[in-house]
Design a binder for this molecule. Structure first.
Ligand code: ADP
Ligand code: MG
Length: 639
């Protein structure tokens, strides 16, 4: 690689300027990217106090020549880019020549580096961007950067830093992403003296996935492998039955660069349409490889967003690659959910059905049709597209807020009886009613409206889910889970949640995303009130005790859900956080839709609904719908 020079100001100006150093995690990201650009095969990241007082990145890359060491810390000094034309096809992770200057400006840095050509290495210290004396130093091949006292000279910035644990979690999340983006590099992460991650660096994505996401999650993954002329998509996606409570386990990479890509996310989730539960999200580690000039990486200061030349082609490639991986899954005995089995479950319209309708147009770009077979697993192919065409990607950016929960389907009376899931289907344990209501949902209570004085009786149960109650001239369908959840919630709110906790013989070990893990650990006393005892176990959590209401196999998912709730509620409002946790526990403690319930249980739930105590589930969905004799007669053309 050529030597380091300060960019021509004309070129420098073309580069989207941006603040690269926001927090320790951004420092870790930039330094790791430099190490990888330098061809390192091992990179070690060590932090203390969340990376605020100490952050060290050591690599065995090609090193920085001593005469260029000071230059490397100048703004717009880079060895990776020369002219504006180079911006069109960037093959390195860095290219702006800004990171070292930006980090140095707000910290105290020591560098130690040696190239293969030099017998002796060089060391340099900088304080607030001002370099000290360049000195000779004996050191191994590669570079070590120590960043101390981040933001020591910008107290306003420092004030915005979160607790050490939260900043450390953010660093860990960055390290995980780098590890997943470069399985050929062995990545080690040490926090406060404890090693939390080590990837083998054997070039196998599988090994990196295993190390980062843990065994439990890795086992629920299917391999994705598909390549066309223009691009290839490889990696892993969760089986529908192993979808999670959040999108925290979705990782997207483009040409080895971690990206946030609403487009790829939409394509991924579209491939799961009708296969996953409401409120559950597939996890993935997906690498898209394409020509360098087909993506613009120079659109975001932190370089985490990219712009694709052909959005449709990318959408199509990802969609088909994931779909064919899942089809492989469908023929596998482990595949728990088939389309027919889930037909009775309210369907989740992933993302953008409306947008697809609007945007349905000619087929995606040529050249991608060879990416994966286009047979569809789904009963209903994307609207407006033939069975061999992928849905057309939305033109607009898809943000989380556009993920609207589906409208309740027609009352079950009109619906054809779908096959119901077997009671043992673990993935159906979470009842799909546990979703917030639609904003435009009518607010009035739908049922029951009849006076509770009129006698009623339970006429039966259908689909292991709906209790049928007859009262006078009206028939009610009660969603047993939703109603029971409400009863639990009201009771817990009035009397407090007094869980029966069980000590687990062997602790349940679960791997959560760093932010979620930190959120739980920060609220340990609250969790204990809810019957959970958790400890740190390396990068994992060891659950020693859990409430009886949560099935043993459901503990990791329940904790992830609780963590999500804590993260959304925020630490500012403890009462809101407690309420959110109560929702989850009320749901867990409720009888489950799709499962058999004893007649007495059904009577009890029906009684609560018929007495008018229970009208909505805690998320605001109705617990019952009614059908009058008149309406029935109309259907039968009697009236
Ligand atoms: P950029 O990565 O955008 O080029 P940086 O400010 O991050 O800008 O780094 C400036 C230059 O310093 C790089 O172009 C590279 O030549 C050199 N450099 C930085 N870190 C390393 C490293 N760990 N190993 C070798 N060279 C490095
Ligand atoms: Mg860089």
């Amino acid at each position: 690689m050529p030597n380091i020079q300060v960019l021509d100001p004309h070129v420098a100006d073309l580069i989207a300027a941006g603040e690269v150093v926001e927090r320790p995690a951004s420092v870790a990201k930039e330094l790791m990217e430099n190490a990888i650009d330098a061809g390192a095969s091992t990179v070690t990241v060590e932090i203390s106090h969340g990376g605020l007082t100490f952050l060290r990145v050591t690599d065995d890359g090609k090193g920085i020549p001593a005469p260029e060491l000071k230059t490397a810390f100048l703004r717009h000094a880079t060895s990776k880019l020369r002219t504006e034309y180079d911006l069109e096809a960037i093959g390195t992770l860095g290219f702006r020549g800004e990171a070292l200057a930006a980090i140095a400006a707000v910290s105290r840095i020591e560098v130690l580096t040696r190239t293969a050509e030099a017998d002796l290495g060089a060391s340099l210290s900088l304080e607030g961007g001002v370099p000290g004396k360049l000195e000779e130093a004996g050191c191994p091949l590669g570079t070590t950067m120590v960043v101390r006292d981040l933001f020591f000279n910008t107290p306003a910035r420092l004030k915005f830093m979160k607790k050490d644990a939260a900043e450390g979690a953010a660093v860990f999340a960055v390290v995980q992403r780098v590890a997943l983006s470069h399985p050929e590099v062995s990545i080690k992460f040490i926090r406060d003296g404890r090693q939390e991650l080590l990837t083998p660096g054997d070039g196998q994505l599988k090994s990196a996935v295993y190390a980062v996401l843990g065994r439990e999650l890795a086992l629920g993954f299917r391999e994705v492998k598909s390549s066309g002329e223009e691009m290839s998509v490889t990696g892993f996606v969760s089986m529908p039955a192993c979808c999670r409570a959040s999108r925290s386990w979705q990782f997207f990479f483009v040409n080895g660069r971690q990206v946030k890509s609403p487009l790829m996310m939409a394509a991924l989730e579209e491939a799961y349409k009708n296969q996953r539960m409401v409120g559950k999200f597939p996890g993935c580690v997906l690498h898209l490889q394409t020509k360098l000039n087909a993506v613009d990486v120079n659109v975001h200061p932190a370089k985490t967003e990219v712009k694709f030349g052909g959005e449709r082609a990318v959408f199509s490639a990802v969609y088909h690659a994931v779909l064919s991986a899942l089809e492989g899954d469908a023929s596998h005995p482990q595949a728990v959910l088939k389309n027919t089995e889930i037909a009775g479950v309210r369907k989740q319209d992933t993302v953008t059905e409306n947008q697809f309708k609007i945007n349905v147009g000619p087929a995606a770009h040529g050249g991608t049709s060879s990416v994966g077979p286009s047979r569809s697993l789904r009963a209903d192919p994307p609207r407006g597209a033939g069975p061999t065409q992928p849905p057309i990607p939305p033109v607009v950016r898809v943000h989380d807020s556009t993920y609207t929960p589906p409208r309740p389907t027609k009352p079950p009376v009109g619906a054809a009886a779908p096959g119901r899931p077997p009671a043992s289907t673990s993935s159906l344990e979470d009842n799909p009613v546990c979703k917030p209501p639609l904003e435009n949902e009518p607010a009035k209570a739908p049922a029951p409206t009849a006076s509770s004085e009129i006698p009623w009786r339970v006429a039966g149960e259908v689909l292991n889910t709906y209790i049928i109650v007859e009262q006078g001239d009206t028939v009610y369908f009660i969603d047993k889970h939703a109603a029971h959840e409400r009863m639990n919630f009201d009771r817990m709110k009035a009397q407090g949640y007094d869980p029966m906790a069980q000590t687990l013989l062997t602790p349940a070990v679960c791997r959560l995303p760093p932010r979620e893990r930190e959120a739980l650990l920060a609220q340990r006393p609250l969790l204990e009130e809810f019957g959970f005892e958790v400890d740190e176990l390396g990068a994992d959590l060891a659950v020693r005790q859990a409430p009886f209401d949560v099935d043993a196999g459901d503990i990791p998912a329940a904790l992830e859900e609780l963590a999500q709730k804590l993260l959304t509620a925020g630490s500012a409002d403890p009462a809101a956080a407690r309420d959110e946790l109560l929702h989850t526990m009320a749901c867990k403690a409720a009888i489950k839709g799709g499962w058999h319930s004893a007649p007495q249980e059904l009577e009890r739930v029906a009684g609560a609904v018929m007495s008018g105590q229970v009208k909505y589930c805690p998320h605001g969905r109705p617990v019952a719908i009614e059908l009058t004799k008149k309406e029935l007669e109309k259907q039968f053309k009697r009236a």
